[in-house]
Design a protein. Structure first.
Length: 356
């Protein structure tokens, strides 16, 4: 199939100092994303199959196409989705926090989100459940330019740290600050959305939090002297950074939807396996999707860093115990206001081989 994307969508990219993005571009991005969502919903509602006989599946990404999506785009590139019987449309978000709401409302069949934000969505009563781990380990990092003098979390007192707007980021940074003996209230945290690198490189902020070590960390390190501090080295327990979320009510009540989710996950599993078998296939899959976003050599470095994090078997499998433990940690440390059953926020029932 032909991949449908929002051509003006924001990307994980470094903008050189002195270069600004016009506000009108952000308006266009939002409008295009709304149109993409509306069009995708219409396709899911009005057609059981496409002209090729495959079942349509709409997937809202967490960000513009990047190496975190290597399994997705390799599956698209190699035809694994078609072989699994699904015709997949990927959409880029107008806001990084859109995923749970859009899936809960049925405006996207699936979305790429994050374990902490899926648990926050569950606390808020949104109708979402994680059906697979796309990146099964934490990537979130605190990144600062070496010249800033920030080498540990203890150096954040009175500093400005840019965030990208996810619900989990502020309370996680507050936890990290407290653990380091820093008053969280002394840290200014502007929401720079998807302009994390730009904000850092143009000295709008002293550091950024929410950047990924395998994406921004690789890119910024290749460009200059930066300090990359993974959240797991700052006291945060490990968790699945990227997860695939679905609507549990639709899974229970709509057999066609449940089957499409199963087939999508089967295709994604094969995409991951193909990428792990041959990195060049992954590079060929992501290069056109990220055109203009990354230097080709740096893109390859990002892909290699990402592939190292992926399991060679058991694609997407999640641990009820780990999700329950992480939810308890979130509650105990102020990331959740009420206790959430983490095990109920995840399922392996739709993964390849489930029930065999």
């Amino acid at each position: 199939m032909t991949h449908t994307s929002t051509s003006a969508a924001p990307r994980r990219t470094v903008t050189r100092p002195g270069v600004t993005r016009p506000g009108v571009r952000m308006v266009a991005i939002a409008a295009a994303a709304v149109l993409a969502l509306t069009g995708c919903q219409a396709a899911s509602d009005d057609a059981d199959t496409t002209e090729t006989g495959a079942a349509p599946v709409s997937v809202l990404l967490d960000w513009s196409p990047n190496p975190d999506h290597v399994a997705l785009y390799t599956a698209q590139h190699t035809g694994a989705y078609g072989d699994a019987g699904v015709d997949v449309t990927f959409m880029t978000p107008a806001n990084t926090a859109d995923a749970a709401r859009e899936v809960s409302l049925g405006r996207a069949d699936l979305a790429i989100s994050y374990e902490p934000d899926t648990l926050i969505a569950a606390e808020q009563g949104l109708d979402v459940i994680s059906v697979a781990a796309l990146i099964p380990t934490s990537l979130t990092s605190l990144i600062a330019r070496t010249e800033s003098g920030i080498t540990t979390a203890a150096d954040l007192e009175g500093r400005t740290v840019g965030l990208s707007g996810l619900a989990s980021q502020q309370p996680t940074l507050d936890f990290i600050a407290r653990e380091a003996g820093v008053d969280p209230g002394s840290i200014s945290t502007p929401n720079v959305q998807q302009s994390l690198n730009q904000a850092l490189l143009t000295d709008q902020v002293d550091a950024i939090f929410g950047a990924f070590r395998n994406i921004e960390g690789v890119e910024l390190t290749a460009q200059g002297d930066v300090v990359v501090l993974p959240a797991t080295e700052l006291g945060v327990p490990d968790y699945a950074e990227l997860v695939i979320i679905a609507n549990p009510t639709r899974l229970a009540d709509d057999a066609d939807y449940a089957e499409r989710v199963r087939h999508f996950l089967a295709g994604t599993a094969e995409g991951q396996a193909a990428a792990l078998r041959d990195r060049q296939v992954a590079i060929d899959a992501l290069t056109p999707e990220t055109q203009g976003s990354y230097d080709p050599d740096i893109l390859e470095m990002m892909i290699d860093a990402t592939l190292e994090l992926l399991p060679e078997d058991d694609f997407g499998r999640q641990s009820d115990e780990d999700w329950a433990a992480y939810a308890r940690w979130m509650y105990q440390n102020g990331l959740l206001e009420t206790e959430v059953d983490g095990a109920a926020a995840t399922t392996n029932d739709y993964l390849p081989g489930a029930g065999d």
